[in-house]
Every structure is written in C-alpha cells, then in structure tokens.
Design a protein around this ligand. Structure first.
Ligand code: SAH
Ligand code: SF4
Length: 382
C-alpha cells in the first residue's frame, strides 16, 4: 500500500525520504513540486534524481479528491463538492475579493457538535477528514484556479477553517495540514492569514496556542450560558467563562492579535439590544484578563429544518451600533455565493440528506467509465 504524500508536513516527508535513504533536501524538493507547482505525478519532477523518481511510485502517491461538481456564483465565489467515499460529500469554497482570495476548507464530513442554526450540525457526524483530505482541498483549488486565471503565482492568500466540521475535534489531522499551509516550501501563508474557527473546544484551543498559533475565530452566538447551550450544545461542556479564559491564554501566545468572535444573528433569539448590552458587559469583564477581540456579525443563512429566521438588517445594525459605541470593533459579514448555496452554514445545502447524496452519486457512478476517478458534473469548468 502506498502513502498519499498530501498527508505529510515537511518534517514527516523528511522522515519518509530518510527511510528511502534520501537526504533532507530531496524531501524539500518533493514538497515544493507537490505544493508550489501542483505536481501530481513523479514524472513531472524533472530536477529530482531519476533513480528517486523511479523508486517513489512503489511506496508513495499524490492523490487528489474526487470532484463531484463545481458551482460558480455570479459574484465570483466558487464552490466545489468533493466525494470522500461512502456517500460522504464535503465542500470547499473560494471567495475572491479585491485584496485577497480566501479559501474556506472543511475539516470533517458532517459535525458532531450539532448547533441548531447549522445545516452541517443537523446532518450529524460521519467521520474526520485525514490531513491529506484537508490539504487536498487547498492543493486542488490553488492549482485549478491558477490554471484557470493563467497565473503563475499565488491565488489563495487566506485560508479559513470554516467549512464543514469542527476543526478542533479533528486536531491530530488538522495540525500537519496547518503546517503545510504555513511552510515556506508549501503555501507560505502567514500565521495571521490562516484562521481556525471553533465552537469552543477549550483544551484544544490551549494546544493550538502551543503548537501553531494561527488566527483564532470563536463562534460565540450568545452572551450567556443558558442561551448558548441551547444553540451550541458544546457549551454545556465548556461554558462561556472557561472559553473566554482559554481565549485570553491564546492571546498570550499571539499577543498582538485579536480573537474574532462570530455571532450568527437569529431573529428574536439572540439579536435583541439586551443581548448586545450583555455581550459588552461580558467582554469588558474578560478584557481584564487581557482579552482583545473583534466581533463579526453573521446574518443567519436560513434552511427549513432549523425553524429559525434571519434577523432583519435594521436589527443587525442596531446590535452592531451598541457594540461599536462600547468601543468593540464590529463588522457585519457580507453574504457571498448565495445563489450557489455557498454561504456559511449552507455548505451542506444540497446534500443535507445523505440518502439523497448517495443516490445522486450512485446514479453519477453508473454513467462512469471504469477507471475514471474524477466525476465532473455539469458546470464544472476545471
Ligand atoms: N465548526 C466551526 C467552523 C465551521 S462553521 C465553528 O462552528 O466555528 C463556520 C461558521 O459558520 C461558524 O461561525 C458558524 O457559527 C457559522 N454558521 C454555521 N451555520 C450558519 C448559518 N446557517 N448561517 C450563518 N452562519 C452559520
Ligand atoms: Fe459544527 Fe460549526 Fe456547524 Fe456547530 S456551527 S454544527 S460546530 S460546523
């Protein structure tokens, strides 16, 4: 059985090459070919010794994800659906902006946290993605977009772990993937341009602070425990005070950074002026521990099974004004990719029901020729 080299950060690849009797710099060359040039076959790696190129296929491969479909939004947002086997489908979204290109990556198939306002949460948990499956989303999107846009240099400048799944409940696979993103021989993204978003897995926030203190976003959604536990069940295990203390500790590892708090605006549930005032009091209280933060208000993207509604814009603006008046940096997230269901929490939009996903994939498979791995559905350009 060969190993998929997308599973390895540079240190692991060095270890792998050493087992083959190869020097460290060979691993660096290999790593650069894979991540910087998007090579998928060892034959492409022309400056690698021929003997190594011939030796590698016996023990290693570079295996992409199977593309199910690609959807392009009128606003430039691109969403890919990938088949990760056994009926599981994950999504990756590219969001172009004037000054950056952001890739939103999934960390799990489904999610075990079960937040009420999230369609992935409603879908339940299927499995953790491997490092290779996490990295492959970036590897594929970066090189597909470069080809499409005829660019030689970087297209994706920012990564957010805000797709399907709770990244900090898949820590062992997440960490090497983050290292590949940050490595100068990999994607060379700076620590501040890679964001891990979490619903609040406290012990893993502390581990991330030690191992790889990238930008942290915390999905707060409520100013007090009763409401938060109702929206984000994980709050029963790690209540708000513990979570904010972990955030303050995190900032000691990344002193000049802000923690971003995400707050999904749900009509009549967590969007009242009183909630905003409670939030201000909460943040003032924790500022004493050295916590500095900003808020990102996300208008809820509705889906029928949630039974919840999006706050109207006037309510969102009034909420934001209370935070701003108290000196808290607050932004309201623009919704992107609405027309292709690529907005937050809609990621599983058209595959919410796994049975449907399975059926659809089965019918797509029937039309496939044996041996063809990549299913490119209608509208898939690359
Ligand atoms: N599990 C992680 C990361 C994935 S969710 C987390 O919860 O942080 C990424 C963001 O999308 C989170 O802030 C989440 O609260 C938000 N989100 C989920 N469903 C949403 C919806 N239907 N509308 C708006 N935002 C949503
Ligand atoms: Fe999981 Fe995040 Fe969705 Fe909650 S919001 S169910 S943690 S993906």
């Amino acid at each position: 059985m060969t190993v998929n080299l997308l599973n390895y950060d540079l240190d692991a690849l060095v270890g792998f090459c050493e087992q083959l009797g190869e020097k460290r710099f060979r691993a660096t060359q290999l790593f650069r070919w894979i991540h910087q040039k998007g090579a998928f076959s060892f034959d492409q790696m022309t400056d690698l010794a021929k003997s190594l190129r011939e030796k590698l296929p016996a023990s290693a491969r570079i295996e992409a994800l199977k593309v199910l479909s690609r959807h392009d939004s009128a606003d430039g947002t691109v969403k890919w659906l990938f088949d990760v086997g056994a009926g599981d489908v994950i999504e990756t979204v590219f969001i172009p902006e004037a000054d950056r290109g952001t890739l939103c990556i999934s960390s799990q198939a489904g999610c075990a946290v079960g937040c009420r306002f999230c369609s992935t949460g409603h879908q339940g948990f299927s499995r953790n993605l491997t490092t290779a499956e996490i990295v492959a989303q970036l590897w594929f999107a970066e090189h597909a977009l470069r080809k499409q846009l005829k660019k030689d240099d970087r297209v994706i400048s920012n990564v957010v772990m805000m797709g399907m799944g709770e990244p900090l409940q898949n820590y062992s696979q997440l960490l090497p993937a983050l290292r590949v993103m940050l490595d100068d021989h990999g994607y060379g993204l700076s620590r501040r341009r890679v964001t891990v978003s979490t619903s609040g897995v406290v012990p893993m926030i502390d581990r991330l602070a030690r191992d790889c203190p990238v930008a942290l976003a915390v999905s707060l959604h409520a100013p007090e425990d009763v409401l938060r536990s109702n929206l984000v069940p994980l709050n029963k295990k790690y209540p708000i005070a513990e979570l904010l203390e972990a955030c303050a500790r995190y900032q000691q590892a990344a002193p000049r950074d802000f923690i971003t708090f995400e707050y999904c605006m749900l009509e009549g549930v967590n969007d009242q002026p009183e909630h905003a005032r409670q939030l201000v009091a909460l943040m003032k209280h924790h500022a004493v521990d050295g916590l500095s933060c900003k808020f990102n208000l996300i208008p809820f993207n509705p889906f029928p099974a949630s039974g919840l509604k999006r706050s109207d814009m006037a309510q969102v603006m009034a909420f934001s004004k209370i935070l701003l008046d108290a000196g808290i940096v607050t932004t309201v997230r623009k919704t992107r990719g609405d027309d292709i269901d690529a907005a937050c929490g809609q990621l599983a939009g058209d595959v919410q029901d796994r049975t449907n996903a399975r059926e659809r994939m089965a019918s797509q498979r029937q039309g496939m020729l044996g041996g063809i791995k990549v299913v490119v559905a209608k509208g898939a350009g690359i």
